[in-house]
Design a binder for this molecule. Structure first.
Ligand SMILES: NC(=O)c1ccc[n+]([C@@H]2O[C@H](COP(=O)([O-])OP(=O)(O)OC[C@H]3O[C@@H](n4cnc5c(N)ncnc54)[C@H](OP(=O)(O)O)[C@@H]3O)[C@@H](O)[C@H]2O)c1
Length: 195
């Protein structure tokens, strides 16, 4: 049984992932979010809720205790969040991190140049990559609400393929990574729907 801490648990991908974790796995979930009143349909004996801010390092450290996997589904001050997540995981000896980023952070999307708008994504990914953690960074394409699981992966150093990907596909990959020991460790994966 895997203990999974979900940071930013009311995020659009996280909500799909929580649903999949509860339906398809026996994982125990800790949902960490700023406003628990926003959560819907998560009544399960396998769910614990912590109201907290990822910028609150002490609260974050408390949430790390006993976790096997951290899944960060965050937006906003991503650099400081990445620093806090790495510090809190190191403090609790939690090693496995799944970090949601964005396509384009390495200039890997053919024909597209994403400038400063992606800096928080770039810089936070660099912090994760500079850690000793067993991380997997996901760089999804534009999200769709299509009810499908259909994606392909590109590795760092390869050109990104495609453009869009369903939220459900990204969530499916998160769950697979979380429950499969050793899968795509210390990798940064482009994720998109095959064209
Ligand atoms: N939209 C796209 O097509 C696309 C494509 C590729 C990548 N992305 C990126 O992928 C990431 C995940 O996407 P998503 O749609 O799931 O994001 P989302 O719905 O915006 O969720 C991000 C979550 O981060 C939480 N958060 C922000 N600051 C926080 C803090 N200080 N402490 C705790 N939680 C905090 C927010 O919580 P609150 O509910 O409290 O605000 C929110 O629930 C985002 O960074 C997004 O920009 C998006």
């Amino acid at each position: 049984m895997t203990n999974v801490l979900i940071l930013g648990a009311n995020g659009s991908i996280a909500r799909f992932a929580i649903d999949l974790f509860l339906k398809e796995t026996d994982a125990q979930l800790t949902l960490y979010l700023r406003n628990s009143g926003r959560l819907k349909n998560v009544n399960s004996s396998r769910v614990r809720i912590i109201e907290g801010d990822v910028l609150d390092i002490e609260k974050l450290k408390e949430a790390m205790v006993g976790q096997d996997v951290v899944y960060a589904n965050l937006a906003g001050q991503l650099e400081q969040m990445a620093k806090n997540v790495v510090e809190a995981m190191n403090a609790s000896d939690v090693n496995r991190l799944i970090w949601i980023s964005s396509m384009g952070i390495y200039g890997e999307v053919p024909g597209e140049r994403y400038s400063s708008i992606l800096n928080p994504y770039r810089n936070s990914a660099a912090i994760v990559e500079g850690s000793d953690l067993d991380y997997t960074i996901l760089r999804p394409g534009w999200f769709t609400n299509n009810d499908e699981i259909d994606y392909e992966i590109t590795q760092k150093g390869e050109p990104f393929k495609g453009h869009d990907v369903s939220r459900k596909s990204v969530a499916y990959l998160v769950v697979k990574l979380a429950i499969t020991p050793g899968m795509e460790i210390r990798r940064s994966l482009g994720v998109s729907k095959p064209e």
